[in-house]
Design a protein around this ligand. Structure first.
Ligand SMILES: C[S@@+](CC[C@H](N)C(=O)[O-])C[C@H]1O[C@@H](n2cnc3c(N)ncnc32)[C@H](O)[C@@H]1O
Length: 509
């Protein structure tokens, strides 16, 4: 509590007054100003007194429209929903709930009508509502009885069935780490959204609530969930989970990629790695100014890995292809454009024009991370599918930035290309970093690639590999092109990979 504006005899009286305001629907900002309390204080008070972390009390469940208007299924690896979606009983009241567009897309792609969808982090029941609307069966569970109470209200609506079979979702209190109520190979799709370690607390510290575990312990607990997921899912079927990164001391913690490792270790393959853009990020005013001043980017993306349980036990199918190591010409151009600082991207998603895409990307990286102290670049290029090279340009002593570019990756490389690429990057990082100044940057441009129907998540693999003491991961940036809407085309088996990454490391000596 801070800056109390109205005096109360006891804290209890203050809390009662705040709860009354919440019941009347007074916005948090107004309550904060009137009673001199922080947003965090209000959030904790609600969670403690109501047993559930909601931003509003008494939200109407009256349905105005059952379905989203002009819905088109996503076709690329970048999903972006400007509005979170308000059809049926969906509302943003449950903190940290996901946009209904996510389970809607996942269910339409990976479960047929009548098939069974499992959401073991049910929350307010967004997946269950979508399953009901789309005629899929659904089991949804949550550790918090109050969340299940709310979810039950949310799935309680009528559908004018027009011949479609309707299945009422089954909602119950349980623990995602123990799915013993389900038989092996019995679920058609898992579609779920866990806490992001202890970033938001969902209960007032209920036993088993994973939102009270710090990152390492959270991942350990999630490995139990991943093993159970693998057991209950039918072979050849999908498990889609939304997860995001977090920040500590101005550096990013790649919770998303660590999380992917947990599911891969449980035996899953990666079918897709979708980037979900967030639109509630503040990219103007105070945040914008501070982003530039303190050189950090606002987290504006989350990951939706879509795992797949292999149809049969996994066999190693690494293909050995000879790699030609000849050097070819440099590719990086220095752009004469001089941009103003406030034109620099300030969030972790950079949407650049298709025309001169590489030029814009180079310019952004160099302006932001070389600090006008010089830079050197290494560019990987390939002339054909099975051959790849790299070349170094503009070597200087004591640069502010070492920039490693790999635009070749869209050419569907082989496994051996990838291993060569990873090894070379490790070698370059070790050899060339001594020429980069203390507090300078290493920036690696990379991209996920698809081989034999599965994603090789190269950004994740690079981060797993680059564990040098003098390199601190500062940012994971997603770069994508401004492009025409591809969603009107008929859905294909696989999403088009439409994003690249910039891994930004700070060099500490
Ligand atoms: C990010 S929220 C899910 C939000 C949900 N997708 C929605 O749209 O409402 C994560 C949920 O996980 C629940 N949870 C935490 N630990 C759990 C556990 N061990 N088993 C099941 N649910 C758990 C929390 O109570 C919370 O409701």
């Amino acid at each position: 509590m801070s800056n109390l504006k109205i005096s109360f005899k006891t804290e209890k009286e203050l809390q009662e007054a705040i709860l009354q305001e919440k019941t009347r629907g007074t916005p948090d900002l107004e309550i904060g100003q009137k009673y001199g309390v922080t947003y965090r204080y209000i959030e904790r008070l609600i969670t403690k007194s109501k047993g559930i972390n909601v931003s509003a009390l008494n939200v109407s469940k009256k349905v105005k429209t059952l379905y989203p208007k002009n819905f088109e299924e996503e076709q690329t690896s970048v999903w972006s929903f400007k509005q979170r979606g308000k059809w049926a009983t969906h509302s943003g009241e449950y903190r940290g709930n996901w946009s209904p567009y996510i389970p809607r897309n996942v269910i339409l792609k990976y479960a047929k009508p009548g098939e069974l969808v499992l959401d073991y982090f049910c929350g307010a029941g967004t997946t269950a509502v979508e399953s009901k609307l789309l005629g899929r069966r659904c089991f949804a569970l949550d550790i918090n009885d109050k969340a299940i109470e709310l979810a039950k209200k949310n799935v309680d609506f009528e559908i004018d069935d027009k011949g479609q079979q309707i299945y009422e979702p089954k909602l119950f209190v349980d623990d995602a780490r123990d799915l013993s109520f389900l038989q092996d190979n019995s679920v058609d799709l898992i579609c779920s959204h866990p806490p992001y370690a202890n970033i938001i607390h969902y209960t007032d510290s209920k036993e088993g609530d994973l939102s009270f575990f710090d990152i390492d312990d959270f991942l350990k607990e999630m490995s139990k969930v991943a093993r159970e997921s693998f057991r209950v899912l039918k072979p050849g079927r999908q498990c889609a989970i939304l997860i995001g990164d977090t920040r500590r001391k101005k550096h990013v913690i790649s919770l998303g990629f660590k999380f992917i490792n947990v599911y891969l270790d449980a035996g899953f393959k990666l079918r897709e790695l979708v980037i979900k853009r967030q639109h509630n990020c503040k990219t103007t005013g105070f945040w914008h100014a501070n982003s530039i001043k303190y050189n950090f980017l606002l987290l504006a993306h989350e990951y939706l890995p879509i795992f797949e349980k292999p149809k049969s036990p996994v066999s190693s199918n690494v293909k050995k292809i000879k790699v030609d190591h000849n050097l070819v010409a440099p590719i990086l151009e220095e752009s004469p454009l001089k941009r103003k600082l406030d034109e620099i991207e300030t969030s972790t998603v950079w949407v650049l024009p298709e025309e001169d895409f590489e030029k814009h990307l180079n310019k952004n990286v160099i302006d932001r991370y070389s600090n006008e102290k010089g830079y050197s670049t290494v560019a990987f290029v390939s002339h054909s599918k099975d051959d790849m090279n790299f070349t170094e340009t503009k070597e200087q002593k004591e640069n502010g930035l070492l920039f490693i570019k790999s635009p070749f990756l869209s050419n569907n490389p082989s496994y051996s290309n990838i291993e060569y690429y990873l090894k070379e990057i490790e070698k370059i990082a070790k050899q060339d970093l001594p020429n980069t100044r203390q507090d300078g940057f290493l920036v690696i441009q990379t991209q996920d690639v698809r081989i034999d129907g599965h994603i090789e998540p190269l950004a994740k693999r690079l981060i797993d590999m680059l564990t040098l003491d003098n390199l601190w991961l500062k940012e994971i940036v997603v770069v994508t092109k401004e492009q025409a809407n591809l969603n009107t085309q008929s859905p294909r088996d696989y999403l088009k990979i439409a994003h690249q990454y910039l891994l930004i490391y700070e060099v500490k000596k």
